[in-house]
Each structure stands twice: as structure tokens, then as C-alpha cells.
Design a protein around this ligand. Structure first.
Ligand SMILES: CC(C)(COP(=O)(O)OP(=O)(O)OC[C@H]1O[C@@H](n2cnc3c(N)ncnc32)[C@H](O)[C@@H]1OP(=O)(O)O)[C@@H](O)C(=O)NCCC(=O)NCCS
Length: 170
């Protein structure tokens, strides 16, 4: 059993599975991105456009990448993904998360967040930041529920910070 499997054990259910994101999952992530509403694109990427497949690969597997986790249904459908990349420091990660619209408010965002935090803490990340649009109430509730503290960052953005307790390097 991998450490991630141990961490996510409580979040696993018969109808969904959380596991590390792997290179063959890029196509499914691109398909999920293509299906997003313009509002969701803006909430997730603070932009009117989704990242290209090459940018997705860079975010997940480039030199700054800290890893990602995904949730899939028992039929193999991608339900959500969370990933992180180094932000200006070896030990600080920037976190991003997306749950497919039909699967929201079912605990998936929280389960993905917990799994990703556990994974990056085990690899030496001691602080995590996230950026959200100030009106993104769902992300704010999710981040607050996991202990992130938010501050207005100017330009309609909130910057959220979490020191990871029990991180390997802390
Ligand atoms: C933000 C997002 C990932 C939340 O995913 P989710 O699966 O709905 O989250 P959960 O069901 O696990 O909820 C987590 C917590 O947030 C709360 N929450 C979620 N959506 C909420 C909403 N719309 N309003 C108020 N609270 C909300 C839940 O009640 C829960 O709180 P609890 O743990 O105290 O019970 C999802 O809405 C999404 O993908 N949004 C678009 C992309 C985005 O905004 N990403 C964030 C920027 S990187």
C-alpha cells in the first residue's frame, strides 16, 4: 500500500477512487477542461482560456511540479483533480483544484485537498498557497475548512496560506 493510499483510505468509496495523477491522465484532464463553463474557467485559472495540453503537462510534470491527485468514478470517469507546483521557494507549493460541476458539494474537493496536502507534505512542502477570485465562495469555504487563512491580494484576488502541520521538513 502506498503512503497516498493510506492517507486517502478514509476518503475512498465504492463509487469513487482517489489516486496520484499519472502521465496517461493528461488526456482526461484536457477533456475535463474543455467541458468547463466560461465561469469555471475564470474561477480556476483567473483567465478566459484554459491551459493548452503542453501547459497542463508542464503544470503536472514540469520542473516546478509537486504532484497531483485525481478522483475517478468506478467507471473511470475523471471527477476532479488537485495539483501543486513550487512557488518561489523549495518548500512552498501553490495549490489548484477543480471538481467537475455535477460532482460538487459531495465532499470530493475536501477529499482531494486532504490527499494532495498529505502527498506534498510527505515530500517536504511546509507551506501551501492558493489564489482565488474574491467572489469564489465555494473555494473560500473549502480552503477555510482545511485551515487556510485568506487575505485580499489586490485586483479582486484572495491569497490563501496554510502551514502544513507535521510536514516532513517542519
Ligand atoms: C471549489 C471546489 C473545488 C469545491 O469542490 P467541492 O467538491 O464542491 O467541495 P466539497 O464538497 O468537498 O466542500 C468542501 C467544503 O466547502 C464547502 N462548500 C463547497 N462549495 C460551497 C459553496 N458553493 N458554498 C458554500 N460552501 C461550499 C462545503 O460545505 C465543505 O465545507 P465543510 O468541509 O466544512 O463541510 C469546486 O466548487 C470547483 O471545482 N470550483 C471551480 C474551480 C475553482 O474555483 N477552483 C478553486 C480555485 S484554484
Amino acid at each position: 500500500m502506498t503512503s497516498l493510499a493510506w492517507c486517502t483510505g478514509a476518503a475512498q468509496r465504492a463509487d469513487r477512487h482517489i489516486r496520484p495523477f499519472a502521465p496517461p491522465d493528461v488526456a482526461a484532464y484536457n477533456a475535463l477542461l474543455e467541458s468547463l463553463s466560461p465561469a469555471d474557467v475564470r474561477l480556476r485559472f483567473h483567465s478566459a482560456s484554459i491551459p493548452s495540453p503542453a501547459q497542463v503537462r508542464e503544470m503536472l510534470f514540469g520542473p516546478a511540479a509537486l504532484g497531483g491527485v485525481l478522483a475517478e468514478s468506478s467507471a473511470g470517469e475523471l471527477l476532479g483533480i488537485a495539483h501543486a507546483a513550487r512557488e518561489r521557494s523549495e518548500r512552498r507549493g501553490e495549490f489548484g483544484i477543480l471538481v467537475a460541476a455535477p460532482y460538487r458539494r459531495k465532499g470530493l474537493g475536501g477529499a482531494l485537498t486532504d490527499a494532495l496536502l498529505w502527498h506534498i507534505a510527505a515530500h517536504g512542502t511546509t507551506e501551501v498557497v492558493a489564489y482565488t477570485a474574491w467572489e469564489n465562495n465555494a473555494a473560500a469555504a473549502l480552503l477555510r475548512s482545511r485551515g487556510f487563512v485568506g487575505k485580499h491580494d489586490g485586483g479582486g484576488t484572495m491569497r490563501w496560506v496554510l502551514a502544513i502541520p507535521g510536514s516532513r521538513a517542519s
